[in-house]
Design a protein around this ligand. Sequence first.
Ligand SMILES: Nc1ncnc2c1ncn2[C@@H]1O[C@H](COP(=O)(O)OP(=O)(O)OP(=O)(O)O)[C@@H](O)[C@H]1O
Ligand SMILES: [Mg+2]
Length: 398
Amino acid sequence: MTQPRILVADDSEVIREVLTAFLDNLGYRVDTAADGQAALDAFRSQRHDLLITDLQMPRLEGLPLLKLVKAVEPDVAVIILTGHATLETAVEALRLGAYDYLLKPIEDMEAFGRLVARALKHHALVNENKRLLDELRQANSRLGAEVAERTRELQAAYESLRSLDKLKNDFVSVVSHELRTPLTSMRGSLGLLQGGVVGELSEEAQGLVGIAMQNCERLVRLVTDLLDLEKITAGHGAFRIALLDWPAVVRQAIDSSRGFVQSYGVDFELEAPAALRVRGDEDRLIQVLSNLLFNAAKFSPRGSVVTVSTRLLADSWVRTSVRDRGPGIPEHFRERIFQRFAQADMGEDRPAEGSGLGLAISREIVEHLGGRIGFDAAQGAGTVFWFDLPGASESSTQ
Ligand SMILES: Nc1ncnc2c1ncn2[C@@H]1O[C@H](COP(=O)(O)OP(=O)(O)OP(=O)(O)O)[C@@H](O)[C@H]1O
Ligand SMILES: [Mg+2]
């Protein structure tokens, strides 16, 4: 700490000299002033840590000096020297922010030295406090500015993501619409070629047309899926809600999938109670079931069985599950599985079909019907995909 600087203001030369000698001896730097005005000038040109001042002085008295000095430096410590005659004024000085007062003549110099030390310590503490508070305020405002800045950045990023997302959706829907018509026409033409309408085809030509036809079918499916997804998420395409005989609907979905999945050499079995009612859109729900059945078959070992079951849950929801004996879902892929175009990386083992839209569509449909969809998978131990729909009691009607 730098050497404390003290200003002694008194019109008595003796007092100035005695105090200066005493304080100097204690290791303080001391300046003196013979009247109030000189003291004020001295304080203005050089900040002091402590002012020791007489009350009655020529030019400027102690009390106004105290006020002026405090106006320049509010935290300066001030000790008032007072005779009995001016004791009341000294008390007034305390009210105005003086640290303490001392009766003249000073009899106990030791006590005076302790008072000076206390006043200086107080001054240092007040200063330190102020510095810390300042630092805190600055840190606070820096933090506030930083938070505001980050919030702005996040908002901007969010906005740009949102507009990108819209752009992407618009793009996908325009492209799908534009693709559908020519694709349908291509499929028609290929069909005519295959049927020999324009003349018998050689075996080689038949093969090529067959491949073209297959790819055409695949593209039509993709475009239809994309348009479906867009319609459902945009809230277009009304759902036809009815009370459904649920086991019958599930059976129908299984039967119509059989043809599709024959090539996988997988069998379906159904476990369902005789009567179970579900409120929903039959065609859409068959779409969900077909997606799950198709996935299960695709990812099952040949010769295995896929178990479809449906049951009433305790809270009157109806759960429908599709269990396969396939490879399960890789841990790292699980949180992305319902996203559009998401497909797990399976290397050589991945079946060639599909574009990763089936589960995204299924989720849209199930959630649109107020339900929930999920899966339980242990890697290597098969997967159970399930969806729950709010149940409907027998008596309720459409
Ligand atoms: N039963 C399952 N077993 C293992 N992995 C599965 C199963 N079902 C889905 N997956 C994984 O989730 C991915 C996404 O499935 P999703 O049905 O959305 O798309 P897809 O079957 O690849 O294509 P699409 O359904 O559009 O024809 C699949 O590609 C596969 O990686
Ligand atoms: Mg699928």
